[in-house]
Design a protein around this ligand. Structure first.
Ligand code: MV4
Length: 477
């Protein structure tokens, strides 16, 4: 018997294509949605059926009542939300259940709990997962001093309403703390409409490492190791690697088992990710949990050989997980570069527009999850991700060289992309040596974007122009 009659793919771009591919391999028909301004998008041509939703360009993708309506109309009995849009909205998951449609994702209650970041930390702490030592909301100076003595300096004043890196302030001693408290409150009120702030120990030079978990509806849960997502620009991940270059097998096991325990206590199933800050001594602290398939899931697929989308869909349909923890083997290294329509020479300014020439890389060890083609006009309304270029290699050295080779092959003209920027990151000595933390890009940015971040054909134009001038001079003589 088929897993589902038809799957509604409630997303666009590369992840919609990824989901449709998984459905095809499982023999499942698909229906997707699109908005008026997105009528040339590739996912429309890949799905068996596509339905116009409104209003465009974006709101139609967020209107979950409408999406459930058209899913029912099309005869879909399951909905995959992808990432972004409705993916982490527990009300959407609940509404699917209420409409008799299977939400391909975790239980709505676990989504609700993990969506509240303060509650999530409390629940994971209770489950035995370490979190960053911190205080409750600070009411007065006396309380600030008491907690500061317990936590130790340096520390961060964090806004309760903040997140995504906003509303954090470093203080190095008690005097600075008492001086900054009022300003931090004012800033928090202005930015988040809530003046509540709390204290947290500052983790110095941390790595951002996340554990992938996978579970079925019968309480079977496994972990698939970690991804190092420390290479971020303004809290946007741009390069991810698996496995981490610093984690030992013992640490991996320890963090994986803790993540599985916590997931069990949450009655979790489907795919999920627990994010940690990891310091130089490999102490780890839970940050938050993502209750969706993530952008960077392919690198885990490359090192484990496990099809996360297929497993997620089978698990949603009520199939038992057939992979045991001891069957999970980590093989080699994988790296992902997010190819964005952004201009690295102009502060990563968005660069939508028509792609005039497109030639994708390939060959041994290369995987491309993309959504663009020659002649396609990249719309300005959505996130700038054009493609995820992934490489696999037996060793770190091999995967770096392979990625650089693939980036060199990748031709996208007509718009600016982050391809040349990644080639510079890959040449960086510290990056190649694994010496990078969440501060890497902020520290390296001046040298990474200095002068000659340019496409090879820019040099060709310069050479061509020089030759033309010389020929002109000769002709004049
Ligand atoms: C921290 C931290 C160091 N110490 N908390 C930024 C986003 C938010 N989710 C948590 N963030 C951080 N919290 C303590 N106590 C450093 C960061 C941080 C960071 C975390 C993950 C990935 C990239 C980051 C970049 C800068 C700062």
């Amino acid at each position: 018997m088929a897993l589902f009659n038809k799957v509604m793919v409630a997303n666009r771009g590369e992840i919609a294509v990824r989901i449709i591919r998984a459905c095809k391999e499982l023999g499942l028909p698909t229906v997707t949605v699109f908005t008026e301004q997105d009528a040339n998008a590739i996912h429309i041509t890949k799905a068996d059926q596509a339905i116009l939703v409104s209003p465009g360009p974006v709101a139609g993708y967020l209107d979950f009542a409408q999406i459930i309506d058209v899913a029912k109309w099309a005869g879909a009995d399951a909905i995959h939300p992808g990432y972004g849009f409705c993916a982490e909205n527990w009300q959407f998951a609940q509404a699917c259940a209420d409409a008799g449609i299977t939400f391909i994702g975790p239980p709505p209650e676990a989504m609700r709990q993990m969506g509240d970041k303060v509650l999530a930390r409390k629940l994971l702490e209770e489950a035995g997962v370490p979190t960053v030592p911190g205080s409750p909301v600070i009411e007065d100076e006396e309380q600030a001093k008491t907690w500061a003595a317990k936590i130790g300096f340096p520390m961060l004043i964090k806004a309760k309403g903040g997140g995504g890196g906003r509303g954090m302030r470093r203080v190095n001693d008690e005097a600075e703390l008492l001086n900054s408290l009022e300003g931090a409150r004012r800033e928090a009120r202005r930015n988040f409409g809530d003046e509540a702030v709390y204290l947290e120990k500052l983790i110095l030079e941390p790595k951002h490492i996340e554990i992938q978990i996978l579970g079925d509806r019968f309480g079977n849960i496994i972990h698939l190791g970690e991804r190092d997502c420390s290479i971020q620009r303004r809290h946007q991940k741009i390069i991810e690697i698996a496995p981490s270059l610093v984690l030992t097998p013992e640490k991996r096991h320890e963090m994986g088992e803790l993540a599985k325990n916590a997931a069990r206590l949450l009655n979790y199933h489907s795919v999920g990710t627990m994010e940690f800050l990891v310091d130089q001594d490999l102490n780890y602290y839970f940050l938050e949990m993502n209750t969706r398939i993530q952008v960077e899931h392919p690198i885990t697929e490359l090192i484990t050989g496990i099809d996360l989308l297929a497993e997620q869909i089978k698990s949603a349909a009520g199939e038992r997980l057939t992979i045991k923890q001891e069957d999970v083997r980590f093989n080699g290294y994988a790296i992902e570069c997010r190819i964005n329509a952004e201009d690295p020479r102009n502060n990563f300014f968005p660069s939508p527009g028509r792609i005039t020439r497109y030639q994708s890389p390939g060959g041994i060890g290369i995987r491309l999850d993309g959504c663009v083609f020659g002649g396609y006009e990249v719309p300005p309304y959505f996130d700038p991700l054009l493609a995820k270029l992934c490489a696999w290699g037996n060793t770190w050295e091999e995967v770096l060289n392979r990625m650089d080779r693939a980036l060199e092959e990748y031709i996208i003209r007509g718009i600016k992309t982050t391809i040349p920027f990644y080639r510079r990151v890959l040449k960086d000595e510290d990056f190649r040596a694994g010496r990078f933390t969440t501060n890497f890009l902020a520290e390296k940015m001046p040298s990474l974007t200095y002068l000659d971040v340019r496409e090879p054909w820019d040099l060709f134009y310069v050479a061509g122009a020089t030759l033309f001038c010389q020929l002109n001079q000769i002709a004049k003589k």
